[in-house]
Design a protein around this ligand. Structure first.
Ligand code: HEC
Ligand code: HEC
Ligand code: HEC
Ligand code: HEC
Length: 161
């Protein structure tokens, strides 16, 4: 056992390395880690504290039943309010102080309908430049019931820039 000195030295290096790892780890692992499972238990509280930004279409329909009735008769029946209007939870909680901006059809409609080979063929698509030129989509289509003839003529029938 005369030559065991270098083995002890090697073991000491490993032991030192292990201690270093444990100390450093204790600085970086959050205190609530592992309380319920392999994650930070406080993350549940953090997520629960986030504000709900979407109200859900049922909420919108409760107050805007006229829009809902028109929409449910047309091709956009399954496109929900906040898909076009964006998250409106704050408006739904306090409609008088938070008024949602109206979406701009020139930007909105093409996000879903601009032709793209990656979309299913059965999905209605247009090449906006050829289909409408500079004329706003809602000059001809009613956003809440878009198929021409299915809904009363658009309210905004003057050509928008
Ligand atoms: C508690 C009733 C209520 C709920 C719920 C509600 N709204 Fe409203 N909304 C109103 C009222 C009232 C106004 C008119 C506010 C005004 O004129 O200042 C309004 C206005 C709007 C406008 C603007 C209309 C305009 O002419 O500028 C939009 C768009 C709208 N709401 C969309 C929504 C959407 C989308 C939802 C669901 C996320 C929703 N609302 C939920 C009551 C409600
Ligand atoms: C396909 C997109 C789309 C969907 C889905 C949609 N909206 Fe709209 N909405 C619009 C656009 C675009 C306008 C602006 C119309 C304009 O400026 O002529 C608008 C306008 C409105 C207005 C202003 C008054 C009016 O009738 O023009 C209200 C209120 C409104 N939407 C509520 C709703 C509610 C509630 C829902 C769900 C039941 C809904 N919208 C679903 C696109 C949509
Ligand atoms: C969030 C995606 C989305 C947005 C934004 C959207 N649409 Fe649609 N649109 C749809 C879906 C989904 C259908 C139903 C497709 C089907 O029946 O297969 C549809 C159907 C239509 C149709 C009927 C096509 C037909 O003849 O069957 C027209 C026209 C139309 N949309 C125009 C518009 C206009 C104009 C706007 C802007 C105001 C708009 N859409 C915004 C998703 C959208
Ligand atoms: C000058 C009037 C006019 C304007 C502006 C217009 N459309 Fe149309 N659109 C029509 C007519 C007419 C049809 C065929 C009848 C129908 O399906 O309602 C049509 C059909 C469609 C269809 C169905 C295509 C299909 O394959 O079934 C979509 C989607 C559509 N338009 C979206 C739009 C979008 C998005 C805009 C704005 C970029 C727009 N339209 C602007 C008149 C117009």
């Amino acid at each position: 056992m005369k030559d065991s000195e270098h083995l002890i030295r090697l073991a000491a290096v490993f032991a030192g390395g292990l201690l270093f790892f444990v100390v450093i780890r204790s600085f970086f692992v959050p205190s609530s880690f592992g309380l319920y499972g392999h994650y930070r238990a406080d993350a549940i509280k953090d997520v629960a504290a986030l504000q709900v930004v979407h109200a859900g279409h049922e909420a919108c329909e409760g107050c805007h039943s006229d829009v809902a009735d028109l929409k449910n008769k047309g091709k956009h029946a399954h496109v929900n309010c906040e898909a076009c209007h964006g998250p409106q939870g704050q408006h739904a909680n306090d409609p008088m102080s938070v008024k949602p901006p109206l979406p701009d059809p020139a930007k909105l409609c093409v996000t879903c309908h601009e032709a793209n080979a990656a979309k299913p063929r059965s999905f209605p698509q247009i090449v906006a430049k050829d289909h409408a030129g500079d004329v706003a989509c809602n000059t001809c289509h009613v956003p809440h019931n878009p198929r021409i003839g299915d809904a009363p003529a658009p309210a905004h029938s003057e050509v928008k820039k």
